[in-house]
Design a protein around this ligand. Structure first.
Ligand SMILES: [Zn+2]
Length: 301
């Protein structure tokens, strides 16, 4: 009962007062949301906690969004126009293609008939986890900022090199739940055939694109798009920059590799689409309350 009352309260809050006014001001604009994993309720916390959103919290966010926004496909941002001029648009994106997302999260979206895009790094398929989760647990108290910095700078965000470096320092990886691993090709195939979700590229091996040679950069961008197109029907030539990192050089390389657009993480609303290779997204961390979600997606912060 309390939970039901709370949910009603949150819906009233999201629909009324300042939030409604803020959304009215944003009605010609779009907000692209960036998620990572969705996990079953009751899954013990693991890895980088900010990335793993419980299913019920995800469902509440979708309820709110459907009540207040027009949820549109990512590709429609390039077409302009708004199917419902009275409400702002929202776009759902998911980085990394976690197993939890392509099973639990994808079913939640499919049940509502909502469009969304998952960004896949094919080079990591078959791996048992992502380095940032494995190291967060190995270190015992989350991923320390200086460790993350070293992994992203000196080790260029490369999974294999980071794990080797960590092992040399005695950081032992702890077993993570199944939902923490990258989805398999078969799981992605299920999504392709049974939902309205599309796939985009998240590079081949999820490196820091700012730290690569020209040749390596071109490879990281070209390979995933070819891989996705060879396997799946619903592929968008869109790129999501790993860790959100990009530069003029990286943006030019993405255009040369045949992408139509690319997504960053600066958190801005989109009025008129400016640089197609720096389309801003708002990151939705797993710890965000439903109230915080309603406030942020209304444009109040
Ligand atoms: Zn990522």
């Amino acid at each position: 009962m309390r939970a039901a009352l709370k949910a009603v309260g949150e819906l009233v809050l999201a629909r009324g007062g300042p939030a409604r006014l803020a959304r009215r001001l944003r009605r010609g604009e779009a907000l692209v949301l960036a998620y990572h994993n969705v996990v079953e309720d009751g899954t013990p916390t693991f890895g980088d906690h900010s990335l793993h959103l419980p299913r019920s919290a995800f469902a509440r966010q979708l309820d709110l969004l459907q009540a207040t926004h027009e949820v549109v496909p990512l590709a429609s941002l390039l077409e302009g126009g708004n199917p419902d001029p009275d409400r702002p648009r929202a776009v759902l994106t998911f980085d990394d293609a976690y197993q939890g997302m392509v099973t639990v999260g994808a079913r939640e979206l499919a049940g509502r008939g909502l469009p969304a895009t998952i960004f896949v790094a094919p080079g990591l398929i078959g791996s048992r986890s992502f380095w940032w989760d494995a190291l967060a647990d190995a270190a015992g108290e989350g991923l320390a900022p200086e460790l993350r910095q070293h992994a992203l700078d000196a080790l260029a965000g490369r999974d294999a090199e980071i794990r080797r470096w960590a092992a040399e320092r005695g950081l032992r990886e702890i077993g993570l739940p199944e939902c923490a691993r990258p989805a398999t090709e078969a799981e992605l195939d299920w999504v392709d055939r049974n939902t309205g979700i599309t796939f985009g590229a998240h590079t081949w091996g999820h490196p820091n694109l700012l730290r690569l040679s020209d040749y390596a950069l071109a490879e990281e961008l070209a390979r995933p798009l070819a891989w996705l197109r060879a396997r799946f029907a619903r592929v968008l030539p869109w790129l999501s920059y790993p860790y959100g990192f990009h530069s003029p050089e990286v943006r030019r390389a993405a255009e040369s590799a045949g992408y139509h657009a690319a997504l960053s993480l600066e958190g801005h609303w989109i009025g008129t689409l400016g640089d197609r290779f720096a389309v801003s997204r708002l990151n939705i961390p797993a710890g965000l309350s439903t109230h915080g979600f309603a406030t942020q997606t209304a444009g109040l912060r």
